[in-house]
Design a protein around this ligand. Structure first.
Ligand SMILES: [Ca+2]
Ligand SMILES: [Ca+2]
Ligand SMILES: [Ca+2]
Length: 307
């Protein structure tokens, strides 16, 4: 018997009124989500307790989820395993909060990983974003079936007070691989380039991109930003490495690229280095370049990778 967590102890939390068995960490042992939709701190925010199976019938509490902990949300009224929506090898789940937003409702998406469930939801789907007519959106959820045959499981969500069911289709997930190649060192005592009349140090940078994924398009448009001296820029300090475009020095350049499936494409850049006593005292770290990249909108995933 599961006991001793706050939802179980609170009278009237309706702990156990919804259940979802799913192997969150893909270890072959089924884990368990238990809803307590009437759990209250102020009024019926609701919560879900996540238990991981340790084998031999032993379930260990990992954590408690509560969405946005919204007033009278009834988070955990419904739950469903969605299959692996983001194609990372771990199942994902949807949790309904059908009374959130004054009985319009919302659904939260959480992802499994090796440690169980990622505590922060990846997506909140508010009913009012889909239609102003919806009421009690998230009272019932069914997932794990690929309705449109695109290789990714989709999800249906009921909103019974508005006589509606919503089908949300998953979009393909694209994984980007980015490599940046730099010279191992530069000789700052012998400037190699000119910036106007000034002798400056410079270095060649090669940035290579490729993408992969299941059932993804053969050709994508990629927008990316190449940023120099990231750590300094984040702290609003003067940057020491810069690019030159149209005669102007800039710490970041934005480019577009057409990429074919599984075919690496590389671009060359020249970066300039400001030599100063400060620069000599504080060596430029290896991760001074980063690439922020995203496919043509409206793909929601945005990845920021530091190299
Ligand atoms: Ca498991
Ligand atoms: Ca997943
Ligand atoms: Ca699908």
């Amino acid at each position: 018997m599961l006991c001793c967590d706050s939802a179980w102890l609170q009278m009237g939390s309706y702990f156990g009124s919804s259940l979802c068995a799913v192997d969150l960490n893909s270890d072959g042992l089924s884990d368990l989500l238990v809803g307590a939709p009437m759990f209250s701190e102020i009024r019926d925010e609701g919560q879900v307790t996540v238990y991981l199976s340790r084998g031999n019938g032993v379930l260990e509490e990992q954590l408690v989820l509560n969405g946005d902990n919204a007033y009278n949300a009834h988070f955990g009224e419904s739950m469903a395993s969605l299959g692996d929506m983001d194609d990372d090898g771990f199942p994902d789940v949807a949790i309904g909060a059908p009374k959130e937003d004054d009985y319009i409702g919302a659904v939260y998406i959480y992802h499994g990983y090796t440690g169980g469930i990622i505590p922060q939801y990846s997506m909140r789907i508010p009913g009012k974003q889909l239609s102003l007519r919806l009421q009690m959106f998230g009272q019932s959820i069914s997932g794990g079936v690929d309705m449109d045959g695109n290789g990714y499981p989709d999800v249906t969500i009921g909103a019974f007070m508005s006589n509606s069911v919503v089908l949300l289709r998953s979009r393909p997930v694209i994984t980007m691989d980015v490599s940046i190649f730099l010279p191992a060192s530069i000789d700052i005592t012998a400037p190699q380039c000119h910036d106007g009349l000034q002798h400056v140090n410079c270095l060649n940078i090669t940035a290579c991109f490729s993408f992969k994924g299941k059932h993804v398009p053969g050709l994508i448009g990629l927008n990316y930003n190449l940023t120099a001296d990231v750590t300094k820029k984040e702290r609003s300090n003067p940057i020491r490495v810069y690019f030159v475009s149209s005669g102007e020095a800039m710490g970041q350049i934005s480019e577009q690229l057409q990429l074919s499936y599984m075919q690496e494409k590389c671009k060359q850049y020249l970066a300039y280095v400001k030599v100063s006593p400060f620069c000599l005292l504080f060596p430029i770290p290896n991760n001074y370049l980063s690439v922020l990249y995203f496919k043509d909108k409206p793909l929601p995933a945005e990845i920021n990778q530091e190299l």
